[in-house]
Design a protein around this ligand. Structure first.
Ligand SMILES: *[C@@H]1O[C@H](CO)[C@@H](O)[C@H](O)[C@H]1NC(C)=O
Ligand SMILES: *[C@@H]1O[C@H](CO)[C@@H](O)[C@H](O)[C@H]1NC(C)=O
Length: 355
């Protein structure tokens, strides 16, 4: 009869030693694992979602087509925004590898045929890019459930690309107002007599002199833009259509760069105040009638102290109105660099949102 306790055979010693070694090695191994990879122990909280190290990533952004078919030089984002560079290309050979593909709405909106039907990488993001207002944005209906990110002038876009903004100056400065010899100017190319803005102008001009520049009116060569318009005290920054956040270069470039006081017609005053201090502009809705607006402008014309108050914000802020296409691409690059690459996101109803 075999008894384990009484007679220790060499075989039982061997089993004992093997068991002992196994226990020791398990202890040792788990210690090493714990030590080297603290995140993998089951008692630990789950690891944080992977974040991209901007300096290590070199994201490829494919511009599917040149906006309005006009080529432009693609600039480095390190120069434009001081961020790590993305590899930005308009060469469709990169489609299978691109981290994101940017589609400029106008150029793909004629028919669904203009969007690729190729399989996409599971991690690839399609970006819907548009700076035109909804009135001039057609065929949104076939864009639903296609894109992962929106990129537009709307503040609630995934990638916000406004026509301009205000930067805070590093130190306050003394404001100098260019000499003013004229009163109200408006430069307009798209003259639609039925539009709200033209009707408003027809009413306004009964009470105040308004000089019209542009098509079939006073000539305004591109190079003289600033010198001509800066002689005016006021500029009519009237948008062609009224939509949330749609504040175009008419305000940023034409009015603010020429250092005139913008008289705006567009979304409500509260919407403008998301972008500008309240005393940086005059809103037509501040007055019940065009006549009362005209009276107010004349009052400011006489009262230089009150007029100058519309320039006070410039002592601390400066408008940024130069927003070339290349800058918008870099804004997308920046957004992608800080975005969680593992996050699934789709835009189900573009046509419901963008209007
Ligand atoms: C980024 O990737 C592109 C395409 O792979 C390559 O041509 C470029 O040299 C890379 N840039 C850097 C800084 O790694
Ligand atoms: C992007 O959107 C498409 C279409 O809705 C979807 O199939 C895809 O999984 C999304 N990708 C990501 C990375 O969110």
């Amino acid at each position: 009869m075999y008894s384990f306790g009484q007679r220790k055979t060499p075989a039982s010693w061997l089993i004992f030693i093997i068991l002992l070694l196994q226990v020791l090695s398990t202890l040792l191994f788990s210690y090493v694992c714990d030590f080297r990879m603290p995140g993998t122990a089951s008692s630990m909280p789950p690891p944080p979602p992977p974040t991209r190290k901007p300096e290590a990533s070199n994201l490829t952004l494919l511009l599917w087509s040149w906006p309005f078919r006009a080529r432009f030089p693609i600039r480095r984002c390190s120069e434009l925004l001081g961020i790590p560079d993305c590899h930005i290309t308009a060469n469709r050979m990169w489609y299978p590898k691109a981290d994101a593909v940017i589609f400029h709405h106008y150029d793909v909106s004629r028919s669904p045929r203009y969007l690729p039907r190729l399989p996409r990488l599971p991690s690839q993001r399609w970006i819907w890019f548009n700076l035109e207002p909804p009135t001039y944005t057609r065929n949104l209906h076939f864009m639903d459930n296609m894109f992962n990110l929106t990129m537009s002038y709307r503040r609630d876009s995934d990638i916000f690309t406004p026509y301009g903004w205000l930067d805070v100056l590093p130190a306050p400065r003394t404001v100098t107002i260019p000499p003013k010899s004229k009163l109200v100017a408006w430069a307009v190319s798209n003259w639609n007599p039925a539009s709200h803005r033209v009707k408003y102008y027809q009413e306004l001009k009964k009470y105040i002199q308004v000089d019209i520049y542009g098509y079939q009116n006073l000539p305004l060569p591109r190079k003289k833009h600033l010198t001509v318009l800066s002689q005016y005290k006021f500029y009519l920054a009237f948008e062609n259509s009224v939509h949330e956040d749609y504040i175009s270069e008419k305000l940023w470039k034409t009015a603010l760069l020429a250092e005139t006081v913008p008289v705006v017609c567009g979304p409500p005053r509260k919407n403008y105040e998301r972008f500008l201090p309240p005393d940086a502009f005059i809103h037509i809705n501040d007055f019940p009638t065009a006549q009362e607006l005209a009276l107010f402008l004349q009052e400011l014309d006489w009262n230089s102290e009150r007029y100058e108050r519309y320039f006070q914000w410039r002592s601390q802020l400066t408008p940024v109105e130069h927003t070339p296409w290349s800058l918008h691409l870099c804004q997308a690059c920046r957004a992608l660099q800080i975005m969680n690459p593992a996050r699934y996101q789709t835009v189900p109803a573009l046509s419901k949102w963008f209007r």
